[in-house]
Design a binder for this molecule. Sequence first.
Ligand code: HEM
Length: 174
Amino acid sequence: MSLESDLVLVFHPIAVHFAVALTCVALVLDWIAHWHPRAEWRFAGRLCFFVGVLALGVTGASGWIEHLFPRPASAFDAQIEGLLLYHEYGGYGVLGFFVILAVIRLRLAEPLPVSWLVCATIGVLGVLVQGYIGGEMVYRYGAGVRAVQVLSEQPDEKKKAPAEQSTEAGTNEK
Ligand code: HEM
């Protein structure tokens, strides 16, 4: 992998932390502003929400760019591909959902209606599910982890196929 692609690949893991943190904090602040209607809470919630949507956009774009790069073969390719499908389309879905929420919010007068807050809560749950699936891909199956790719190239079957490969996804053909 070249230096350029290495640099591109760090953007998604960085951006995702901002997207998750800001959308979650925005939701908490918006609910607080709902129960304690003070200008400070409203301003903080609004700021975190819109910067969070921006971060989600960067997360989706960086994930899309990343999946265009060829990935070295891994013993867990079957599992990674399966999860990546949900992760990719789930990511576009969540991003689209938040863009719609942002457009609606721009047209709404404060205080925010409960229906919008409930939709934002569902959206944040979607972001968390996305983060969980991304974490499974990387920390369980080693997507993009160089050590896993190097070990996967070892000729020794024991090194190549850890027990998890056969028990979890049923890909063992023996
Ligand atoms: C709501 C949007 C998204 C969220 C919250 C999200 C979250 C995550 C997280 C938490 C990881 C693990 C990062 C790490 O610690 O290394 C990850 C990895 C990954 N995501 Fe996403 N993601 C999103 C959208 C997308 C999209 C649209 C794609 C396009 C295919 C994508 C592709 C990937 C890939 C290829 C990885 C594995 C390599 C890496 O760590 O960068 N993601 N994602």
